[in-house]
Design a protein around this ligand. Structure first.
Ligand code: CA
Length: 376
Protein backbone atom coordinates (compact mmCIF):
# COMPACT_ATOMS: atom_id res chain seq x y z
CA UNK A 1 0.00 0.00 0.00
CA UNK A 2 2.48 2.50 1.13
CA UNK A 3 4.88 1.91 -1.67
CA UNK A 4 2.10 2.18 -4.16
CA UNK A 5 1.27 5.51 -2.69
CA UNK A 6 4.78 6.68 -3.43
CA UNK A 7 5.45 4.99 -6.70
CA UNK A 8 2.06 5.17 -8.33
CA UNK A 9 0.23 1.98 -7.75
CA UNK A 10 0.81 -0.67 -10.37
CA UNK A 11 -2.53 -1.99 -11.11
CA UNK A 12 -3.73 -4.00 -10.78
CA UNK A 13 -25.12 -17.89 -14.13
CA UNK A 14 -26.24 -20.21 -15.09
CA UNK A 15 -26.39 -21.67 -11.60
CA UNK A 16 -25.83 -25.34 -11.15
CA UNK A 17 -28.37 -25.08 -8.38
CA UNK A 18 -29.05 -22.64 -5.63
CA UNK A 19 -26.90 -22.70 -2.55
CA UNK A 20 -29.06 -24.31 0.04
CA UNK A 21 -27.46 -26.20 2.85
CA UNK A 22 -30.38 -28.58 3.16
CA UNK A 23 -30.26 -29.36 -0.53
CA UNK A 24 -26.55 -29.88 -0.32
CA UNK A 25 -27.06 -32.17 2.64
CA UNK A 26 -29.47 -34.30 0.66
CA UNK A 27 -26.90 -34.69 -2.09
CA UNK A 28 -23.93 -35.64 0.02
CA UNK A 29 -22.35 -39.02 -0.49
CA UNK A 30 -19.67 -40.17 1.86
CA UNK A 31 -16.94 -42.23 0.32
CA UNK A 32 -15.82 -44.79 2.88
CA UNK A 33 -12.09 -45.17 3.41
CA UNK A 34 -11.62 -48.82 2.70
CA UNK A 35 -14.48 -50.24 0.72
CA UNK A 36 -15.36 -47.23 -1.36
CA UNK A 37 -19.00 -47.78 -0.37
CA UNK A 38 -21.02 -45.39 1.73
CA UNK A 39 -22.35 -46.90 4.94
CA UNK A 40 -25.20 -46.06 7.30
CA UNK A 41 -22.71 -44.82 9.87
CA UNK A 42 -21.06 -42.63 7.26
CA UNK A 43 -24.38 -41.15 6.27
CA UNK A 44 -25.13 -40.35 9.90
CA UNK A 45 -21.79 -38.60 10.15
CA UNK A 46 -22.60 -36.54 7.10
CA UNK A 47 -26.00 -35.64 8.48
CA UNK A 48 -24.40 -34.66 11.75
CA UNK A 49 -21.83 -32.51 9.98
CA UNK A 50 -24.54 -30.75 8.02
CA UNK A 51 -26.69 -30.29 11.10
CA UNK A 52 -23.78 -28.59 12.81
CA UNK A 53 -23.19 -26.10 10.03
CA UNK A 54 -21.94 -22.87 11.57
CA UNK A 55 -24.24 -19.95 10.89
CA UNK A 56 -23.68 -18.44 7.49
CA UNK A 57 -21.29 -21.16 6.37
CA UNK A 58 -21.65 -23.99 3.87
CA UNK A 59 -19.82 -27.26 3.61
CA UNK A 60 -17.16 -27.55 0.94
CA UNK A 61 -16.71 -31.28 0.63
CA UNK A 62 -13.03 -31.49 -0.19
CA UNK A 63 -11.40 -33.81 -2.68
CA UNK A 64 -8.97 -33.76 -5.57
CA UNK A 65 -8.94 -31.21 -8.34
CA UNK A 66 -6.71 -29.68 -10.97
CA UNK A 67 -5.48 -26.36 -9.59
CA UNK A 68 -4.49 -23.56 -11.94
CA UNK A 69 -5.57 -22.61 -15.41
CA UNK A 70 -4.48 -23.05 -19.00
CA UNK A 71 -7.26 -21.28 -20.87
CA UNK A 72 -6.55 -18.44 -23.28
CA UNK A 73 -6.97 -16.03 -20.35
CA UNK A 74 -4.56 -17.79 -18.02
CA UNK A 75 -1.41 -15.99 -16.95
CA UNK A 76 1.95 -17.62 -16.23
CA UNK A 77 1.39 -17.55 -12.47
CA UNK A 78 -1.63 -19.84 -12.90
CA UNK A 79 0.56 -22.55 -14.38
CA UNK A 80 1.42 -25.35 -14.42
CA UNK A 81 -1.96 -26.88 -13.72
CA UNK A 82 -1.37 -29.47 -11.03
CA UNK A 83 -3.19 -32.03 -8.89
CA UNK A 84 -4.23 -30.93 -5.42
CA UNK A 85 -6.31 -32.48 -2.68
CA UNK A 86 -8.01 -30.54 0.09
CA UNK A 87 -9.88 -31.79 3.14
CA UNK A 88 -13.51 -30.78 3.76
CA UNK A 89 -14.08 -27.37 5.34
CA UNK A 90 -16.76 -24.88 6.13
CA UNK A 91 -16.73 -21.64 4.20
CA UNK A 92 -18.61 -18.40 4.64
CA UNK A 93 -21.38 -18.41 2.05
CA UNK A 94 -20.70 -14.76 1.36
CA UNK A 95 -17.94 -12.25 1.63
CA UNK A 96 -17.76 -10.73 5.14
CA UNK A 97 -20.24 -7.88 5.20
CA UNK A 98 -20.06 -4.40 6.67
CA UNK A 99 -22.54 -5.46 9.37
CA UNK A 100 -20.42 -8.45 10.34
CA UNK A 101 -17.22 -6.44 10.39
CA UNK A 102 -18.94 -3.73 12.47
CA UNK A 103 -19.84 -6.31 15.10
CA UNK A 104 -16.19 -7.33 15.28
CA UNK A 105 -14.98 -3.74 15.60
CA UNK A 106 -17.56 -2.88 18.23
CA UNK A 107 -16.71 -5.98 20.26
CA UNK A 108 -12.95 -5.55 20.11
CA UNK A 109 -12.34 -1.81 19.45
CA UNK A 110 -10.14 -2.99 16.62
CA UNK A 111 -8.49 -0.28 14.53
CA UNK A 112 -7.87 -1.25 10.91
CA UNK A 113 -4.63 -0.70 9.05
CA UNK A 114 -6.14 2.06 6.91
CA UNK A 115 -7.12 3.98 10.04
CA UNK A 116 -3.52 4.16 11.23
CA UNK A 117 -0.78 6.34 9.78
CA UNK A 118 1.76 4.30 7.78
CA UNK A 119 5.11 3.86 9.49
CA UNK A 120 8.19 5.20 7.76
CA UNK A 121 10.16 2.00 8.41
CA UNK A 122 7.45 -0.10 6.79
CA UNK A 123 7.50 2.06 3.71
CA UNK A 124 11.27 2.07 3.40
CA UNK A 125 11.43 -1.72 3.84
CA UNK A 126 9.36 -2.09 0.69
CA UNK A 127 11.42 0.21 -1.48
CA UNK A 128 14.61 -0.54 -3.41
CA UNK A 129 17.77 0.37 -1.48
CA UNK A 130 18.67 4.02 -1.82
CA UNK A 131 15.13 5.20 -2.43
CA UNK A 132 14.35 8.65 -1.03
CA UNK A 133 12.16 8.78 2.04
CA UNK A 134 8.72 10.33 1.71
CA UNK A 135 7.98 13.54 3.60
CA UNK A 136 6.90 12.60 7.14
CA UNK A 137 3.86 14.85 6.84
CA UNK A 138 2.59 12.67 4.00
CA UNK A 139 2.18 9.67 6.30
CA UNK A 140 -1.50 9.92 7.05
CA UNK A 141 -4.14 7.20 7.43
CA UNK A 142 -5.78 6.29 4.18
CA UNK A 143 -6.18 3.72 1.46
CA UNK A 144 -6.43 3.25 -2.29
CA UNK A 145 -9.52 4.34 -4.17
CA UNK A 146 -10.45 3.77 -7.79
CA UNK A 147 -11.21 6.75 -10.01
CA UNK A 148 -11.75 6.59 -13.75
CA UNK A 149 -8.98 8.62 -15.38
CA UNK A 150 -10.01 11.92 -16.87
CA UNK A 151 -7.06 12.11 -19.24
CA UNK A 152 -4.78 9.70 -21.02
CA UNK A 153 -1.92 8.53 -18.88
CA UNK A 154 -3.66 9.30 -15.61
CA UNK A 155 -3.62 6.38 -13.26
CA UNK A 156 -6.88 4.99 -11.86
CA UNK A 157 -5.71 4.15 -8.37
CA UNK A 158 -5.36 7.08 -5.99
CA UNK A 159 -4.26 7.23 -2.41
CA UNK A 160 -6.99 9.00 -0.46
CA UNK A 161 -6.36 10.24 3.06
CA UNK A 162 -9.19 9.19 5.31
CA UNK A 163 -10.38 6.28 3.15
CA UNK A 164 -11.19 3.26 5.33
CA UNK A 165 -13.84 0.57 5.70
CA UNK A 166 -16.42 3.06 6.97
CA UNK A 167 -15.48 5.51 4.20
CA UNK A 168 -14.54 3.30 1.25
CA UNK A 169 -14.17 6.12 -1.28
CA UNK A 170 -12.73 8.68 1.11
CA UNK A 171 -13.87 10.79 4.07
CA UNK A 172 -16.94 12.13 2.27
CA UNK A 173 -18.27 8.62 1.59
CA UNK A 174 -19.97 6.24 3.98
CA UNK A 175 -21.56 2.81 4.20
CA UNK A 176 -25.01 3.93 5.32
CA UNK A 177 -27.56 1.44 4.11
CA UNK A 178 -24.84 -0.96 3.05
CA UNK A 179 -24.90 -3.47 5.88
CA UNK A 180 -25.24 -6.30 3.37
CA UNK A 181 -22.37 -5.17 1.17
CA UNK A 182 -18.93 -6.73 1.49
CA UNK A 183 -16.58 -4.87 3.76
CA UNK A 184 -13.70 -3.33 1.79
CA UNK A 185 -10.59 -1.29 2.55
CA UNK A 186 -9.44 -4.05 4.87
CA UNK A 187 -5.86 -5.26 4.94
CA UNK A 188 -4.76 -8.88 5.18
CA UNK A 189 -3.95 -8.17 8.84
CA UNK A 190 -7.49 -6.90 9.39
CA UNK A 191 -8.88 -10.04 7.78
CA UNK A 192 -6.71 -12.19 10.02
CA UNK A 193 -7.87 -10.33 13.12
CA UNK A 194 -11.51 -10.73 12.18
CA UNK A 195 -11.08 -14.42 11.43
CA UNK A 196 -9.43 -15.06 14.79
CA UNK A 197 -12.21 -13.21 16.61
CA UNK A 198 -14.83 -15.22 14.72
CA UNK A 199 -13.16 -18.55 15.50
CA UNK A 200 -12.32 -19.04 11.86
CA UNK A 201 -9.35 -18.60 9.54
CA UNK A 202 -8.60 -17.43 6.04
CA UNK A 203 -8.77 -20.12 3.35
CA UNK A 204 -5.62 -21.38 1.77
CA UNK A 205 -5.29 -20.56 -1.88
CA UNK A 206 -5.99 -24.20 -2.73
CA UNK A 207 -9.11 -24.30 -0.57
CA UNK A 208 -10.35 -21.09 -2.13
CA UNK A 209 -9.92 -22.36 -5.68
CA UNK A 210 -11.47 -25.75 -4.91
CA UNK A 211 -14.45 -23.96 -3.37
CA UNK A 212 -14.78 -21.50 -6.24
CA UNK A 213 -15.02 -24.29 -8.80
CA UNK A 214 -18.15 -25.53 -7.04
CA UNK A 215 -17.72 -29.12 -8.17
CA UNK A 216 -17.17 -28.34 -11.84
CA UNK A 217 -14.07 -29.79 -13.43
CA UNK A 218 -11.68 -27.74 -15.53
CA UNK A 219 -14.10 -24.93 -16.35
CA UNK A 220 -12.95 -21.43 -17.13
CA UNK A 221 -15.52 -19.78 -14.86
CA UNK A 222 -17.30 -20.74 -11.66
CA UNK A 223 -20.51 -21.18 -13.66
CA UNK A 224 -18.94 -23.16 -16.53
CA UNK A 225 -17.57 -21.97 -19.85
CA UNK A 226 -20.29 -19.60 -20.99
CA UNK A 227 -19.19 -16.09 -21.83
CA UNK A 228 -19.49 -13.87 -18.73
CA UNK A 229 -21.67 -11.31 -20.45
CA UNK A 230 -23.86 -13.74 -22.35
CA UNK A 231 -27.35 -14.26 -21.03
CA UNK A 232 -28.34 -13.56 -17.46
CA UNK A 233 -25.71 -11.65 -15.43
CA UNK A 234 -23.60 -14.15 -13.55
CA UNK A 235 -21.37 -11.97 -11.41
CA UNK A 236 -20.64 -8.37 -10.56
CA UNK A 237 -17.86 -7.44 -12.96
CA UNK A 238 -17.07 -4.56 -15.32
CA UNK A 239 -18.74 -3.96 -18.66
CA UNK A 240 -17.42 -1.37 -21.07
CA UNK A 241 -14.03 0.12 -21.66
CA UNK A 242 -11.81 -0.23 -18.60
CA UNK A 243 -10.93 2.00 -16.84
CA UNK A 244 -12.80 4.79 -18.53
CA UNK A 245 -16.44 3.81 -18.12
CA UNK A 246 -18.32 1.01 -16.45
CA UNK A 247 -21.60 0.53 -18.27
CA UNK A 248 -23.01 -1.48 -15.38
CA UNK A 249 -24.58 -4.01 -17.69
CA UNK A 250 -24.89 -6.48 -14.83
CA UNK A 251 -26.92 -3.95 -12.86
CA UNK A 252 -24.12 -2.72 -10.65
CA UNK A 253 -21.37 -0.12 -10.87
CA UNK A 254 -19.19 -0.67 -7.85
CA UNK A 255 -19.85 -3.33 -5.23
CA UNK A 256 -23.18 -5.09 -4.85
CA UNK A 257 -25.01 -6.70 -1.94
CA UNK A 258 -23.89 -10.19 -1.16
CA UNK A 259 -26.25 -12.89 -2.49
CA UNK A 260 -27.20 -10.70 -5.46
CA UNK A 261 -25.98 -13.19 -8.05
CA UNK A 262 -26.53 -16.92 -8.15
CA UNK A 263 -24.41 -19.12 -5.91
CA UNK A 264 -22.00 -21.67 -7.31
CA UNK A 265 -22.39 -25.42 -6.97
CA UNK A 266 -21.42 -25.40 -3.30
CA UNK A 267 -23.78 -22.58 -2.35
CA UNK A 268 -21.08 -19.89 -2.29
CA UNK A 269 -21.87 -16.39 -3.53
CA UNK A 270 -19.56 -13.96 -5.31
CA UNK A 271 -16.71 -16.43 -5.83
CA UNK A 272 -16.44 -14.53 -9.10
CA UNK A 273 -16.48 -10.76 -9.04
CA UNK A 274 -17.83 -8.22 -6.54
CA UNK A 275 -14.67 -7.86 -4.41
CA UNK A 276 -11.29 -9.54 -4.27
CA UNK A 277 -10.80 -11.88 -1.33
CA UNK A 278 -7.66 -12.22 0.75
CA UNK A 279 -6.43 -15.78 1.26
CA UNK A 280 -3.84 -17.12 3.64
CA UNK A 281 -0.95 -17.83 1.27
CA UNK A 282 2.08 -15.77 0.46
CA UNK A 283 2.12 -14.82 -3.20
CA UNK A 284 4.82 -16.16 -5.44
CA UNK A 285 4.57 -15.90 -9.20
CA UNK A 286 6.26 -19.29 -9.43
CA UNK A 287 4.32 -20.92 -6.58
CA UNK A 288 2.97 -23.72 -8.75
CA UNK A 289 6.40 -24.62 -10.06
CA UNK A 290 7.81 -25.08 -6.55
CA UNK A 291 7.08 -28.77 -6.26
CA UNK A 292 8.40 -30.44 -9.41
CA UNK A 293 7.72 -34.13 -9.62
CA UNK A 294 5.00 -34.16 -6.98
CA UNK A 295 2.05 -36.02 -8.40
CA UNK A 296 -0.40 -34.83 -5.76
CA UNK A 297 -0.23 -31.95 -3.29
CA UNK A 298 -2.34 -32.51 -0.19
CA UNK A 299 -3.65 -29.46 1.62
CA UNK A 300 -0.91 -27.14 0.34
CA UNK A 301 -0.29 -24.13 2.54
CA UNK A 302 1.43 -22.04 -0.12
CA UNK A 303 5.07 -21.06 -0.46
CA UNK A 304 7.14 -20.12 2.60
CA UNK A 305 7.82 -16.65 1.30
CA UNK A 306 6.75 -14.14 -1.31
CA UNK A 307 8.24 -13.11 -4.60
CA UNK A 308 6.63 -10.93 -7.22
CA UNK A 309 9.01 -10.10 -10.06
CA UNK A 310 6.95 -7.00 -10.80
CA UNK A 311 7.73 -5.56 -7.36
CA UNK A 312 10.49 -7.72 -5.87
CA UNK A 313 10.97 -5.65 -2.72
CA UNK A 314 7.39 -6.07 -1.55
CA UNK A 315 6.22 -9.15 0.33
CA UNK A 316 2.71 -9.92 -0.83
CA UNK A 317 -0.25 -12.08 0.08
CA UNK A 318 -2.59 -13.57 -2.48
CA UNK A 319 -6.07 -12.41 -3.35
CA UNK A 320 -8.67 -14.36 -5.31
CA UNK A 321 -11.94 -13.98 -7.14
CA UNK A 322 -11.73 -10.75 -9.08
CA UNK A 323 -13.90 -7.72 -8.51
CA UNK A 324 -16.37 -5.27 -9.96
CA UNK A 325 -13.37 -3.67 -11.66
CA UNK A 326 -12.46 -6.78 -13.67
CA UNK A 327 -13.50 -6.73 -17.29
CA UNK A 328 -13.90 -9.66 -19.60
CA UNK A 329 -11.04 -8.93 -21.94
CA UNK A 330 -8.19 -7.22 -20.14
CA UNK A 331 -8.39 -8.65 -16.67
CA UNK A 332 -10.75 -11.64 -16.65
CA UNK A 333 -9.61 -12.23 -13.10
CA UNK A 334 -13.00 -13.43 -11.99
CA UNK A 335 -11.91 -16.88 -13.16
CA UNK A 336 -11.40 -19.45 -10.38
CA UNK A 337 -7.72 -19.92 -11.23
CA UNK A 338 -6.83 -16.23 -11.49
CA UNK A 339 -4.43 -14.86 -8.88
CA UNK A 340 -3.83 -11.35 -7.59
CA UNK A 341 -1.33 -10.09 -5.07
CA UNK A 342 -0.89 -7.19 -2.74
CA UNK A 343 1.15 -6.27 0.30
CA UNK A 344 -0.67 -7.36 3.44
CA UNK A 345 -1.03 -3.79 4.70
CA UNK A 346 -2.98 -2.76 1.62
CA UNK A 347 -6.51 -1.43 1.77
CA UNK A 348 -8.36 -1.24 -1.53
CA UNK A 349 -11.87 -0.18 -2.42
CA UNK A 350 -12.46 -3.46 -4.26
CA UNK A 351 -10.94 -5.88 -1.74
CA UNK A 352 -12.49 -7.83 1.13
CA UNK A 353 -12.40 -11.42 2.34
CA UNK A 354 -14.32 -14.43 3.62
CA UNK A 355 -13.38 -17.05 6.19
CA UNK A 356 -13.34 -20.82 6.56
CA UNK A 357 -13.34 -23.33 9.40
CA UNK A 358 -11.89 -26.83 9.30
CA UNK A 359 -14.29 -29.78 9.48
CA UNK A 360 -13.74 -32.56 11.94
CA UNK A 361 -15.92 -35.58 11.23
CA UNK A 362 -16.04 -39.09 12.50
CA UNK A 363 -14.24 -40.01 9.30
CA UNK A 364 -11.38 -37.65 9.88
CA UNK A 365 -10.07 -36.54 6.54
CA UNK A 366 -12.36 -38.72 4.48
CA UNK A 367 -13.42 -36.90 1.40
CA UNK A 368 -17.04 -35.96 0.99
CA UNK A 369 -18.17 -35.80 -2.60
CA UNK A 370 -21.08 -33.74 -3.76
CA UNK A 371 -23.28 -34.71 -6.66
CA UNK A 372 -23.23 -31.86 -9.14
CA UNK A 373 -23.69 -31.87 -12.89
CA UNK A 374 -20.40 -31.99 -14.75
CA UNK A 375 -21.63 -29.78 -17.56
CA UNK A 376 -23.90 -26.83 -17.84
CA1 CA B 1 -20.76 -4.51 -12.34
Amino acid sequence: MNVKRLQGFLGCANPIFRGDVLLIGALLVLMAHSSGAATVADAKSADKAIAQAPAGMVLVPGGEFMMGGDSKFSRPDEQPVHRVKVDPFWMDATEVTNAEFRRFVEATKYVTTAEKAPRMEDIMSQLPPGSPAPPPESLKPGALVFASPKSEGEYWWKWVDGADWRHPDGPASNIDGKDDYPVVQVSWYDAQAYAKWAGKRLPTEAEWEFAARGGLKGKTYVWGNEDPNHGKPKANVWQGSFPQKDLGGDGHKGASKVRTFAANGYGLYDMAGNVWEWVQDWYRADAYAQFPGKSLLENPQGPPDSYDPDEPYIQKRTQRGGSFLCDENICASFRPSARMKSSPDTGLVHSGFRCVRSVQTALGSASIQMLVPDEN
